[in-house]
Design a protein around this ligand. Structure first.
Ligand SMILES: Nc1ncnc2c1ncn2[C@@H]1O[C@H](COP(=O)(O)OP(=O)(O)O)[C@@H](O)[C@H]1O
Ligand SMILES: [Mg+2]
Length: 317
């Protein structure tokens, strides 16, 4: 797949990388037409808004370095405000060791998405710092920082093109495919792991079938599994999952949850969970309340505290 940079993209390198990271649009189209390929509207459009706003504020340091990730991600005394005087995160301290699965739970508006969005530098912290292996995110090359991460959100953002091109979107195919495979083999392998292969090959042209105008021929669960296949193919060490199953019915949620578990294996994952049942086995669960981590620990420990987590849990049973 060829990504042709238009003039406006060349003058907006941050935007270019943000779009790659969030896998938003058909590369053949420009951003003004991006919404054309997006099915149900608002969550996806909010993501695009976020991307455009981030572009204005995020700057790469002049002497930026290529990040490494061997030890841990650390949020140190992180505070954040979208607007002056309204702190959305307050002195958050959080360590995510390499290989761990850390879950964020808490009521709507408590700051979970904001906390996760700071990691790819959609926004910069207002106070404190986030480091990876001890290096401040703001000292890193932005493209390389985002190369470390894959992302699955509440709504998959797909474009009107083939399954193959949707899955490979954002992957540098000028490089050889992993493990001596052809790209076709690598894409199929990713789709199998994502529980997407079977429904893809059942379509008339298999991987060359066009997903359809606005992806409307696919169910929500199928769309999510395509975006999971995309993340599997990208194979990043860090995963950010933000309510990846919350918009699905129970049946497709099961298939997507299974796909997510394959995806999370051997990776470092920050997962924002809507349903607590999906994060029961997390290495650490953090409960956010009004922008602060008010409880943290394993599922059983948190239940035993009989506090916020126990209350959330009771509401869902
Ligand atoms: N782009 C934004 N601009 C201004 N305020 C925002 C923005 N995004 C979220 N907020 C506010 O920040 C707070 C935390 O939101 P969010 O991180 O989305 O919470 P959660 O993911 O836990 O539901 C909420 O009060 C929300 O209204
Ligand atoms: Mg959220």
């Amino acid at each position: 797949m060829v990504w042709r940079r238009t003039d406006s993209e060349r003058t907006r390198p941050h935007l270019y990388y943000l779009i790659l990271f969030y896998s938003i649009i058909n590369p053949a189209k420009d951003l003004s037409k991006a919404s054309y390929g997006i099915r149900r509207g608002t969550a996806a459009l909010e993501r695009i808004d976020k991307v455009l706003n981030a572009e204005n504020n995020i700057r790469e340091a002049a002497n930026a370095v290529v990040p490494t990730f061997n030890k841990s991600i650390v949020y140190k005394d992180v505070s954040f405000a979208y607007r002056a005087e309204t702190e959305v995160l307050k002195s958050v301290n959080l360590e995510i060791p390499k290989g761990a699965m850390v879950a964020l739970v808490g009521q709507s508006g408590s700051g979970k998405t904001t906390l996760a969005d700071l990691l790819p530098r959609f926004y910069d912290v207002t106070e404190g710092a986030i480091t990876i292996d001890g290096v401040d995110l703001r000292q890193m090359k932005i493209h390389d920082l985002r190369e470390l991460m894959g992302n699955v959100n509440q709504e998959a953002i797909l474009f009107n093109d083939t399954f193959f091109n949707n899955i490979t979107f954002g992957v540098d195919m000028s490089k050889p495919a992993p493990n001596g495979q052809t790209w076709q083999e690598a894409v199929e392998q990713a789709a199998r792991i994502a529980n997407a292969h079977d429904f893809i090959v059942a379509t008339p042209d298999g991987y060359q079938t066009t997903i359809g105008d606005r992806g409307s021929r696919l169910s929500g669960g199928q769309r999510q599994r395509i975006s999971i296949a995309r993340a599997i193919l990208k194979n990043p060490p860090i995963l950010i999952l933000d309510e990846a199953t919350s918009a699905l019915d129970t049946e497709s949620e099961k298939l997507v949850q299974e796909a997510l578990e394959h995806l999370m294996k051997d990776r470092t994952t920050l997962v924002v969970a809507h349903r607590l049942s999906t994060i029961r086995n997390a290495d650490m669960i953090c409960v956010l309340h009004n922008g602060q981590i008010v409880e943290r620990g394993k599922h059983d420990e948190l239940l035993a505290l009989n506090g916020y987590y126990a209350k959330l849990s009771a509401m869902q049973s």
